[in-house]
Design a protein around this ligand. Sequence first.
Ligand SMILES: O=c1ccn([C@@H]2O[C@H](COP(=O)(O)OP(=O)(O)O[C@H]3O[C@H](CO)[C@@H](O)[C@H](O)[C@H]3O)[C@@H](O)[C@H]2O)c(=O)[nH]1
Ligand SMILES: [Mn+2]
Length: 736
Amino acid sequence: MTTITTPPATDAAYPLHTSQSLRRTVLNRAFALIYASGILALFYRHQFTLRHSTTFISATITTTFLIADLVLAFMWTTTTSFRLYPTTRKVFPENLEKVLEEKGFPALDIFICTADPYKEPPMNVVNTALSLMAYDYPPEKISVYVSDDGGSELTLFAIMEAAKFAKIWLPFCRDNNIVDRCPEALFRSNGITFSDTAKIKAMYENMKLKVENVVERGQISVEYIVNEDERKVLDKWSQGFTCHDHPTVLIESEQENDIKGHPMPNLIYVSREKSKASPHHFKAGALNVLLRVSAVMTNAPIVLTQDCDMYSNDPETPKRMLCFYAHQSTCYDLGYVQFPQRFHGINGVDIYGSEYKRLYVINPEGMDGLRGPCYVGSGCFFVRRVFFGGPLSPELPKARQLRPDHVVEKPIRSPQVLALANEVAGSNYENGSFWGSKMGFRYGSISEDFFTGLHQHCRGWKSLFYHPVRPAFLGDLPISLYDALNQNRRWCIGLLEVVFSKYNPLTFGSHFMGPLMGLAYSHNAFWPIWSIPIIIYSLVPQLALLNRLSVFPPATNIWFLLYVFLFLGANIQDCLDFMLAHGTFPQWWNDQRMWLIRGLSSYFFGFMEFSIKRLRIASKGFLVTSKVVDGEQSKRYDNGVFEFGVPSPMFVPLATVAIVNVVAFAFGIVQILEGGNMDGLLGQMGLACLGVVNSWPIYEAMLWRSDKGKMPRVITVISTFVALFLCTLVLVVPNA
Ligand SMILES: O=c1ccn([C@@H]2O[C@H](COP(=O)(O)OP(=O)(O)O[C@H]3O[C@H](CO)[C@@H](O)[C@H](O)[C@H]3O)[C@@H](O)[C@H]2O)c(=O)[nH]1
Ligand SMILES: [Mn+2]
């Protein structure tokens, strides 16, 4: 094992990294003061109206808006925590050699998680593994561990093929100085003219054909098994082996040389033991097994966690990371360096807001000026020590070989090492231990990333955010609305699990990390409560409009200006933030639409499912997001067409709101044409109009589309009934 050495005293002359606070900081702070005064004024008006309301109806409506506005004000406060100290960083890897010799570079253990060969095609895992093995970093210092929670021989077969292909791929990348080291990405981009490209591409295609063929048939034909070793390995999938119940499978490819005689990284496949009798804790459980197995085999001081669909897009990334860790003496409490999650294949206007620019780029920059960004599950370089207690209060495992400072002396293939590695991957190994509570990745939330990072910050660790111009990693994204919402719903359940645990970011978090960090973490954790104001504002003013009941001040009144200021102020600032982070206006527009859509569906359903889980009625666990691409579907996605297709209950509130808004808007137009006095109803007309514009893809999907992605008839029918019911209901309520 290599430890990080302290640099010589010359480091001031050769900086490795610099940080700078963003110029908008001062403006942000001034605006925050003004906006906060606006919010206070609004609450003054609410209490005034409430005290002077004469009827039950008007008191109820005022209370409803009071609740909605309280939530909005709380969320605004949490967002403000990102705007007070935004920071960016630069690194200078070219100075690295002046500070640290290559043989002093720390070793790197890379963890790749996969969980289902049918939702996460093994060829994607292969591409991710190859791109990471081909890092521009001393290969003998890299070990790639693939955790397969799907317990699938298909994935293992793919990994064995990858190990063979790597012997050709790695020297090819190195000798030609290739930047796209993910084979699929390189061959996708046209016009490559390296020597041997055609030959290597043919070999790659051949491997891909084999792997895809095996996955399609669900078994490995005999002609694909070339030697006795492979036969023996695959024999482990004997009768009774299921993905929920099976012994550990651990296969290591010894550090061999590539075809040019250079050393290669280790590649290790681990499918931990599973048994129905013990909980496996999903991804967090898988990562903890990898932490232990890797400790026994290589115990590198730096650990990179990676989802199987996130390939490396830049071979220089570990050197950039090292720019932060090289000065270990000055950063004893630096726990991790998080790179943003970025994605490939996003359609130009990003209809599903899949980039999550705020979550992955803007907010982490804001937290970087505090104690550092949240951990987002992938693209994160940890120091191994961060998993074992606080920087000054270590919490070490009993077994000496699992401790972060343990030096591995035996080769990874030695029988003792293998025996111990198998033991620590056992399903009972964690019984009665602190794994998942005080050590390793945290259990108790299916958003294990958020929970783990929160816990580490609370224990006194710091983190850093680094956003390189060329994305360090690129991942797959859901290309149907159903998948996008389901992913978000799962996150919400995980976040609520954190909110309702002892580690509530607002109380526990603020106490241990300071109020601003507490608020920043709360912003994510409290995502699901966005649905309260979103549901209220997309239904109540519109229904009131149908009843000619005015809920906002008249347009000629000074208070109306306050509403306009609060609405435009928040949206314009949000849009500016988005565009300063290299977004475009249409992307921002779609992003705000997705925010509303989530508020009406995934946030709300996430909350419901969380409650059901709490009552121990049922739980779906960690539903892995599908990464399989259907041709027709992906064509529609590329053309920016919304994909409904499946009859999901999550679409009912969306369609209902779309219908109510269009009915209210039409009613308003008729009033104007008839010369009615719209002064008091202008605000409501504005909201209904916004609702109609935002709902356009829903009308399309319900009325005139005929492709497979249209809104299922049953959802349209149910939603129409619900909408009509709501509209008639308000007509029978007496006009206040
Ligand atoms: O039992 C499980 C379930 C999932 N995974 C892996 O977890 C990763 C993330 O799963 P995915 O379905 O792709 O979820 P996403 O919502 O796309 O992932 C985001 O959200 C997760 C938390 O909900 C984080 O763990 C991820 O890093 C983050 O990218 C994948 O590599 C899976 O193979 C496992 O290893 N074991
Ligand atoms: Mn994913």
